[in-house]
Design a protein around this ligand. Structure first.
Ligand code: GDP
Length: 290
């Protein structure tokens, strides 16, 4: 990580430590306060911010800088390591045959993310297919189909069917030639029992290799209950954060990551199928602090 990634006020505070050979408690407090301010503004959970602050404070004051390391570089390294620990490493997404199930509330960005991920896999040389099982939201079928066409990937759905589990089963058969199947599911406005039961049944039918929770970057602390419920139902292996091109920085999603003991896999940064990035800790950290 370069200092530029840290946000301007934190950067200048760290630069003030440049000439110092020892760091005082006040110096560390100033650094920690600035990090706290940025992270809370980015919707990171207060408890997570406090844990991070304690870890930075303790290490910066207790650990001796290695020989030849300036006080500033020592603190910078600790800050960076603790931030990486907070955001986590990227979810492993092997380039091999697999079925990925997407879960999340209505409007979170699932259908868009399904097409984007399919596009991403196709660019990696695999043959992906999207299976649309959302029979609840009017337009989900058309939207999924249209986006899959734009991504130039296979698509299966049935606008006349009303049993999502049967669509999932049929979709697995119809896309037998694909390497990667991405199964889109219905989301509703709240976490109803019906929704959870439905996704459990779809998971049982398609036997996914990984389940990703799609979250709107603006979710804030609402991420917690959602993540818990989906994790209890199907087990969450990773998170995709959509709509990071807006003002929201996605810090709320870290609550879901923490709750489900998972990691972040993908970031959505726009409305077209190409607006997808693999999560990578340092870029996300600079987004949170910037
Ligand atoms: P679903 O109900 O979970 O399937 O959500 P959709 O995929 O339909 O997304 C809901 C809305 O958010 C749609 O208008 C999408 O175009 C929009 N959307 C999804 N992902 C992104 C993104 O990364 N950036 C932006 N700007 N809009 C997005």
């Amino acid at each position: 990580m370069v200092l530029d990634d840290l946000g301007s006020s934190l950067r200048s505070t760290l630069d003030d430590l440049r000439g110092k050979s020892r760091i005082s408690e006040e110096d560390v407090d100033e650094v920690v306060t600035q990090i706290q301010r940025s992270l809370l503004q980015a919707d990171v959970d207060t408890g997570l911010v406090m844990d991070l602050s304690d870890a930075i404070r303790e290490r910066a004051l207790d650990e001796e800088p290695p020989a030849g390391t300036t006080a500033r570089d020592h603190v910078l390294r600790i800050v960076y390591e603790e931030l990486v620990d907070l955001v986590g490493e990227s979810t492993e997404v092997p380039l091999e045959e697999q079925t990925i199930l997407l879960a999340g509330l209505q409007g979170s960005g699932k259908t868009t993310t399904a097409a984007k991920m399919a596009w991403w896999f196709s660019k990696k040389g695999l043959r992906p297919a999207v299976i649309q099982t959302d029979t609840f939201r009017p337009g989900a079928y058309d939207q999924g189909k249209e986006m899959a066409e734009r991504a130039e990937v296979d698509f299966y759905g049935d606008p006349d069917a009303d049993d999502p589990v049967q669509i999932a089963r049929d979709g697995m058969e119809a896309t037998a030639e694909a390497d990667v199947r991405i199964v889109d599911t219905a989301g509703r406005h709240a976490l109803e029992e019906g929704l959870i039961g439905e996704i459990e049944a779809i998971a049982a039918a398609v036997e996914p290799d990984r389940n990703l929770l799609v979250l709107d970057a603006a979710i804030g602390q609402g991420a917690k209950e959602q993540a818990q419920r989906f994790d209890e139902a199907i087990g969450i292996d990773g998170v995709a954060i959509a709509k990071l091109d807006g003002t929201a920085k996605g810090g709320g999603a870290l609550t879901a990551v923490n709750e489900t003991d998972s990691t972040i896999a993908f970031l959505g940064t726009g409305e077209t199928v190409k607006d997808i990035e693999r999560f990578e800790p340092s870029g996300f950290i600079s987004r949170l602090l910037g």
